[in-house]
Design a binder for this molecule. Structure first.
Ligand SMILES: Nc1nc2c(ncn2[C@@H]2O[C@H](COP(=O)(O)OP(=O)(O)O)[C@@H](O)[C@H]2O)c(=O)[nH]1
Ligand SMILES: [Mg+2]
Ligand SMILES: [Zn+2]
Length: 292
């Protein structure tokens, strides 16, 4: 008899799972070639002695990043939304938010923007918060010392699978602890090699919160987020305010960088597309040359 489960984490040839019907925790073996990832729905065959993953059910989408050679690396599957956490400290690196947004739009994942540690500085993100709200994104201003600011996010998690992303140290674990007190977060191993004291999450891990019926995925703690090799067209599609204009340029293969009669550049000139977003688009397109 086969049972449908969801992968919560993977090791070399075993996966930790939660049964889809009653959320019973389980472990199962899988053949190496199968390559299940966190969030996958899988069919399990059981014998008297063990469980085995027979099949990965078709993925709705996946959250991805670049590996160290620019190839698309699938981090987690079947994702409804990503919660992008930024903080006053460490301050977001340039374009990191827009890179996450490009990745989210490419896979049809709804972004939730969280500006954390507002107790340290109330004003620093005011412009960004207004700007991204105007683009139609849901934006939250939070502090781990302000329970209500974090509780405001909770209703959006119900019945959904949410990946939490952001640079290490922005407060992903702190926010998750306040939002989902019923969930016991794994803090991962201390980094022996660097001697850094901070807890680092070494594997992508999914948690289920019974009270909210929410699946939360904590992704590895990394400093930067890199997009895999993408064309200018794919990157442009990740800028929401460009979308209604795509197809209106003189050249159908317009990259919106130097071409005459470009609808995007005209909109920047008119002020209906913000120039800082357009400049970020140019930098992200240009950054693809590093994958040469
Ligand atoms: N002042 C302040 N510190 C915070 C806040 N959220 C998290 N921190 C601190 O920031 C550090 C990193 O938090 P952590 O949740 O581990 O970040 P993660 O690496 O993104 O999971 C810890 O020392 C937290 O106590 C906040 O809202 N305000
Ligand atoms: Mg953490
Ligand atoms: Zn154009």
């Amino acid at each position: 008899m086969s049972r449908i489960c969801r992968v919560t984490s993977t090791q070399k040839t075993t996966a930790s799972l939660l049964a889809c019907d009653d959320h019973e925790p389980m472990h199962a073996f899988f053949p190496r070639k199968l390559k299940p990832i966190c969030g996958d729905k899988v069919a399990i065959e059981s014998t008297a002695s063990d469980h085995r993953i027979e099949q990965i059910l078709p993925r709705m989408n996946s959250f991805c990043r670049a590996d160290n050679r620019g190839r698309k690396q699938h981090i987690a599957a079947n994702i409804d939304q990503i919660m992008i956490v930024m903080a006053v400290e460490p301050f977001p690196t340039r374009d990191i938010l827009n890179r996450y947004l490009v990745a989210a739009e490419a896979e049809d994942i709804e972004p939730l923007l969280v500006f954390n540690k507002h107790d340290l500085d109330e004003r620093i993100f005011i412009n960004q918060i207004n700007q991204y709200e105007q683009l139609g994104y849901q934006v939250f201003k939070t502090s781990k010392h302000d329970q209500a600011s974090i509780d405001a996010i909770k209703p959006l998690l119900t019945g959904k699978t949410t990946v939490i992303v952001g640079q290490s140290g922005v407060g992903k674990s702190s926010i998750t602890r306040v939002m989902l007190p019923g969930v016991e977060l794994k803090t991962g191993k201390l980094s022996v090699k660097t001697g850094k004291g901070a807890h680092t999450t070494s594997v992508t891990q999914m948690y289920h919160d019974a009270a909210l019926d929410a699946y939360i995925i904590d992704s590895p703690g990394v400093w930067e987020y890199g997009l895999w090799v993408m064309s200018a067209h794919e990157i442009a599609a990740g800028f929401r305010e460009f979308q209604p204009l795509l197809g209106q340029c003189k050249f159908s293969n317009c990259t919106h960088i130097h071409e005459p009669s470009c609808a995007i550049m005209q909109a920047v000139k008119k002020g209906s597309i913000r120039s800082d977003r357009y400049e970020s688009y140019l930098r992200i397109v240009d950054s693809m040359k590093y994958w040469g």
